[in-house]
Design a protein around this ligand. Structure first.
Ligand SMILES: [Fe+2]
Length: 258
């Protein structure tokens, strides 16, 4: 069994609830698809938990933005990236400061492996955004109707299964192309031989599918299970509003899941 989490966005309250749920299920292998930081008020605590609790993590565009530079960010996201960088730079404990920067600076763009699920070996890719452009390319559910060729081209890069985050919209893409919401799948998708899938695990700290609950997936045997959990949104939004340099919109959107 393993869990895949993504897009925490410095939301400690959501991350804590998700990690507790994973532990309750007896899962001790956690993979992270990036965007640990950005938007939210607790970058240090979230980085420390991800370093401690996950087996590995890949690089997200917001991690890139704070460590290197923001690219194609709107004003609010860019301000959040610079504020996050300040917070990390102003950490007085040198060992902690170095540990976090070294973690951010060494995140790979992709993790590829073969996993045995219910007796079948599954070629699995883990990226933040897309198999073609692992840090920045959005794969939206609507793309299967508005840009099917794009989705088909993306599937040329997928040997069998690719886990992604980035859009904060959970669900499963098949190579028809097709897209299925977790609710259309009964919140579970079976990984089967000869069916390629791009699986979006959703977002821990900033869901955008109109459901404000924190999201992640865990895989048991060959079944991908989509999980949603309530958390203390008031607590995180109060902290966002208290930080003058974080746009209040980053707080408001959490209540609506957008
Ligand atoms: Fe994100």
């Amino acid at each position: 069994m393993f869990a895949v989490i993504s897009d925490i966005h410095s939301n400690l309250e959501a991350l804590t609830v998700v990690l507790e749920d994973i532990e309750k299920r007896g899962i001790d292998t956690i993979y992270c698809l990036g965007d640990v930081i950005g938007y939210g008020p607790d970058p240090k605590q979230c980085l420390d938990l991800i370093i401690e609790k996950t087996k590995w993590c890949v690089l997200g565009n917001h991690d890139y933005a704070s460590f290197y530079e923001p690219t194609n960010f709107n004003y609010g996201a860019e301000q959040a990236a610079f504020w996050t960088r300040d917070v990390l730079e102003n950490e007085p404990d040198k060992a902690l400061r170095d540990k976090r920067w070294e973690f951010l600076g060494s995140l790979p763009m992709r993790h590829t492996c073969r996993i045995t699920l219910a007796g079948t070996e599954v070629a699995t890719d883990f990226v933040h955004a897309s198999p073609r452009k692992p840090i920045n390319e959005y794969i939206f559910p609507d793309d299967v109707y508005t840009n099917p060729v794009k989705v088909q081209i993306l599937f040329e890069k997928v040997e069998h299964i690719c886990f992604v985050g980035h859009t904060h919209l959970p669900g499963v893409f098949l190579d028809e192309p097709d897209f299925y919401l977790p609710s259309e799948l009964g919140d579970e998708y079976p990984i089967i031989k000869d069916e390629r899938a791009i699986i979006n695990v959703g977002s821990v700290g900033q869901p955008r599918d109109k459901d404000p609950r924190a999201g992640y997936v865990y895989v048991e045997d060959n079944m991908v299970n989509f999980v949603r959990l309530e958390y203390d949104i008031d607590a995180v939004t109060e902290k966002i509003i208290a930080v003058g340099k974080l746009d209040n919109f980053h707080a408001e959107r959490l209540f609506e899941g957008r």
